[in-house]
Design a protein around this ligand. Sequence first.
Ligand SMILES: Nc1ncnc2c1ncn2[C@@H]1O[C@H](COP(=O)(O)OP(=O)(O)OP(=O)(O)O)[C@@H](O)[C@H]1O
Length: 586
Amino acid sequence: MVVTIIWGEFFMDNQEAMKKLVRLFKPHIKAVVMLVSFIIVSSLANLLMPLISKRIMDEGLLKQNFKAVLLYSSAILFLFCIDKGMNLFKEMVRTRISAKIKKNLYQKAYSHIQRIKIAYFKNVNNTSTLNNVNQDIENMSRVTDDYVFFVVTQIFSILGGMVGLLLISWKMTLIVLSFIPLKILITYKFSRKKEQLMNGYLKRSHEYAHWFGDMLGGIRESRIFGCASYKEKEFERKIDNIVEIEKKSSMMDVFNTTFELTIMQFLTTALYIVGGSMFFSLQLTVGGIFAFITYSSYVTAPIAAIVNLKYIFSGILPSTKRFYSFLELEQESNAITRDFLLTQDFEPCDQIVFENVSFSYGTGNQILEDVNFSIKTGEKVAIVGANGSGKSTLLNLLLRFYEAKGGEITLNGINIRNLDIQDYRLHFSVLDQHFYLFDGSIEENVKLYTNLSEADLRQSINDSGLTKFVNSHSLDYQIGPNGSRLSGGQRQKLALARALAHEKAIFIWDEADTHLDAESEASLYALLESRLKNKTIIMVTHHLDLLERADKILLLSNGSVIQYENNNESWKDHKEYRQVAMAFSK
Ligand SMILES: Nc1ncnc2c1ncn2[C@@H]1O[C@H](COP(=O)(O)OP(=O)(O)OP(=O)(O)O)[C@@H](O)[C@H]1O
């Protein structure tokens, strides 16, 4: 099932989530079998110990037989060594399974994030994405806890313990068994409450992480506009919500354990009283009573542990549901054909065609309606329109960050939906309005993992106007997160250098010149006549200098596009253009 981008809704019931958790072990079946074998051997060694202790007491100490004491205590030492050795091997295998499952979950999340539709990132910020993924994976990997494996193998302990109990006294065995329904009843009640609390906790912690990311993003604004104290109050409210729910959850754990221990203590007391009366009526030996009590713990403790699994899983299932609902969120659609070849010669042809294209974000207002235009190979096209008229949306449709809801977009005659999305995007060189620079050096940001030659690197830096800065600093200059150690103009030049270095047939500039000084602007415009002369350029701009260099003007007005060839200046008479562009040319 593919889920559209709505965050915070889980699309799975407990049963399905449980199946997903069990499937995590599928690639590790061999290791699990090995691990269970180690636990069984260790449990067997443990099972034999009380029987041998009984002999030390009854045949050794009470009969003053030192040889028996020596023999049986050595046997116990041997069993102890086996138990601890197996335990060591078991832990080695368990921690390996646990690490592999965790890594696999992180890889799944990472690869999904790489493909998820860009709309997701408009609704959920980075901090809460990281928080949710970490929290869910940590919770889910608790299925590999020692406790869970221990419980699975406890069936053997219960069976062995039951045999031991029945051999000693069937009457007392009935008392032990009466404990089971009581424990089930109490655990089911607590589990329901725990699951509710966990759901609440995940929701509040997601809200808190989202708020925290937002607060960090606006930390300067908080100080400038003096709202730090209001933010602090919001913080306190959010953190109180989380702490409150954590407190309740911890208390729930304490209640669950206390109830279990209390029932156990009642049971032990009953066993002592009944065992004592049986001893006085010579139906049981002293060693028999102690062995019985040990065996009863072999039955009651595992049963309690198995029943407690319900309680433990009530803390894991909500995260499992959220994680897999996240993995179901819609990804960018991909390849139907891979036979795309971009026109290599620059014969003018209709390279990009928008035909009756319509679009709205989600269920919101129509942003574009029946948009029609075409762009020829090598054309320089300017997109003009008022704020919010849909210029960036148009480019986002072309770059396939969103899909048109009506009509079609073709590139060299092929509907872009039918092209492999990675291959398709490699035909564009983009300088976005809201570009991002990676935390690293200038050189790393321009090269972006390609083996660009030194000469091409220098050329792009030169063409972007960044040479002076590089000469006074270096190519290794660390620019900080998103270029925080650069000025606005230097950031834009670096983004331009990156776009030039990754030179493709089609260039997209969305307000590429907003931070440039006059000299840099002039150099950028000169590129249109030199390096970029044969390239198709689609630029969102309001600068007259750039508009006048365009072969075609696309004027966005009320969701539609009016297309002007720039061989006369009729577009300048359009009311929309005058309102928008003239203001910039003043
Ligand atoms: N992710 C989104 N979800 C919902 N609405 C959006 C989203 N992005 C943009 N919009 C809306 O779509 C409309 C077009 O936005 P767009 O960014 O394409 O305009 P623009 O012409 O590039 O504006 P500007 O000149 O201000 O950059 C606006 O009304 C905006 O509020």
